[in-house]
Ligand binder design. Structure first.
Ligand code: BES
Ligand code: MN
Ligand code: ZN
Length: 507
């Protein structure tokens, strides 16, 4: 993890190998910004004189410092001042890291955006503070530095990557506020790294037993309680969905229970219960998937990874909220004892489901976890799951599908989504969809036909939540990325950790 520190000072005296400054696109700032850059560089750099660099969001221009080749300056286009806020800051900071990696620079200095051009009150989303800005900048730096290379015995380059970044603030007061944001960013980014690592790890490394071990380790290191049910206990608790899905594999299932109990609670009422789908590999089972891209189904435990990561962040931040994390973990394989289409299983709460398609396994294991959650009388129940291909068809890799019964939790998650840029988009739970999962012979059927797949999946889950205030987040598109972004890489994104931690920080 790139170490980020904050100091009061100016880039003029920075000794970092790469110095980054944010440049806005606004016409009104043009002259002042150019003069500033000229003074910094000694001359007016060509990308400015020839008009190539305008400050548009995402642009970068590297200016080799005259005479001192090792110390370069990078101009980071930050877009217009009116649209500037947490996400442009995150992306600009990430661009500084990407630029440094290309230049083999191991230390960076980033100057905070000029408060005269972008006062706190104008930062978006509305209500953002300097602390939030520090959080966003540091997150951009830290998350952009993520790499999953533990299995490469020969690294692509001897360059060890960016080591440290110093954020330069105009005043000591602002430095203090930014520093608090950086402290939070470090914890949240480490938790996101954990979620990414768990998702990216291959199925032969992460299976239910090892997933449970990783949760235990995180609990030991960061101070939350972890209890793990083995197959026998799962059978005793009559979690037929979890047992059924796991039956096709030689790797037995686990049910992981995590608990963060704060020393002081702010509010009465039940805990927040988080549930994460932990299918450590999804072959589809007897309803087997095509082999193209099947490998990415090692990431079908991304919901579990998000919940484990969030538990770590919540404990490390010592948030004054009682949080329970539940992870049903199983491997979905077509073994000789596997579930078959037509099988009927009985879940923890006694309800039965007809298995029409063994590839709709996530909802079967979540059904048990959601009914288990009832014992905590949660004040809000949130599940995260790479549940359907249909949500990827609907929303692509850009937004998480959100469905649920708690208007309050949905609103709070929408706000947290805007702030973290882990955005959620609601899909409806109109009752017309519910009849699609009716079964002739059991209480419910595990598939709803061709259309509205993300919604019928949510309706299946809804059979097991009763009156609990509930939100379901379908992260199939946002957890598994086909392309790298400014601060995400192809593969597991760790989505959900920042979203839920932000939700809980403001709970
Ligand atoms: N894990 C998959 C959903 C998925 C698909 C996640 C693509 C990430 C990317 C889930 O278990 C699944 O197979 N869902 C089926 C349900 C269908 C059989 C009703 C699907 O979406 O095709
Ligand atoms: Mn499946
Ligand atoms: Zn699945």
């Amino acid at each position: 993890m790139i170490s980020v520190t904050v100091a009061q000072g100016s880039v003029n005296r920075s000794t970092a190998e790469l110095t980054a400054i944010l440049v806005f696109e606004d016409k009104a700032l043009r002259t002042a910004q150019r003069e500033r850059i000229r003074a910094l560089c000694g001359t007016m750099p060509p990308p400015l004189t020839n008009g190539a660099f305008t400050g548009a969001a995402g642009q970068t221009a590297v200016i080799p410092a005259p005479g001192k080749a090792a110390r370069s300056i990078v101009l980071l286009g930050a877009g217009g001042t009116t649209t500037f806020g947490l996400e442009p800051a995150r992306r600009a900071a990430a661009a500084a890291v990407q630029t440094a990696q290309k230049l083999f620079a191991s230390t960076i200095a980033i100057e905070e955006p000029d408060p005269a051009s972008v006062p706190v009150a104008s930062l978006s989303p509305a209500g953002s503070s300097i602390e939030d800005l520090g959080l966003a900048l540091a997150e951009g730096v830290m998350l952009a530095g993520y790499r999953f290379d533990k299995y490469r015995t020969k690294k692509p380059s001897d360059f060890a990557g960016v080591r440290s970044c110093i954020l330069l603030a105009g005043t000591e007061r602002r430095a203090r506020a930014l520093r608090e944001g950086v402290r939070i960013a470090r914890i949240v980014s480490e938790a996101t790294y954990l979620a990414r690592d768990l998702a990216n790890a291959p199925g032969n490394e992460i299976y239910p037993a090892t997933l449970a071990q990783r949760a235990r380790e995180a609990g030991r290191r960061h101070g939350f309680r972890v209890t793990v049910f083995d197959e026998k206990r799962i059978a005793k608790e009559k979690m037929g969905g979890l047992l059924g899905v796991a039956r096709g594999s030689h790797n037995p299932p686990r049910f992981i229970i995590m608990e963060h109990t704060p020393t002081r609670t702010r509010r009465p009422g039940g805990p927040v219960v988080l549930v994460g789908k932990g299918v450590t590999f999804d072959s589809g089972g007897i309803s087997i998937k095509p082999s193209a891209n099947m490998a990415e189904m090692k990431m079908d435990m991304s919901g579990a990874a998000a919940v484990i990561g969030t538990m770590q962040a919540v404990a490390a931040l010592r948030l004054p909220v009682h949080v329970i994390g539940l992870v049903p973990a199983a491997e979905n394989l077509p073994g000789g004892n596997a579930l078959k289409p037509g099988d009927i299983i009985r879940h923890h709460n006694g309800k039965t489901s007809e298995v029409d398609n063994t590839d709709a396994e996530g909802r079967l294991i979540l059904a048990d976890a959601l009914s288990w959650a009832a014992r905590y009388k949660p004040s809000s129940l949130i599940d995260l799951a790479t549940l359907t291909g249909a949500v990827v068809v609907a929303l692509g890799h850009v937004a998480t599908g959100m469905l649920g019964t708690s208007a309050r939790a949905k609103d709070a998650l929408r706000t947290a989504g805007e702030r973290t840029y882990e955005r959620v988009w609601e899909l409806p739970l109109f009752d017309e969809y519910e009849k699609l999962i009716k079964s002739d012979i059991a209480d419910v059927k595990n598939v709803g036909g061709r259309w509205g797949g993300a919604i019928t999946a949510a309706f299946f889950l809804k059979q097991f939540v009763g009156t609990m205030p509930w939100v379901h987040l379908d992260i199939a598109g946002t957890a598994i990325l086909e392309e790298s972004g400014p601060y995400t890489r192809r593969g597991g994104s760790g989505v959900g950790v920042r979203l839920l931690t932000e939700y809980l920080r403001h709970y």
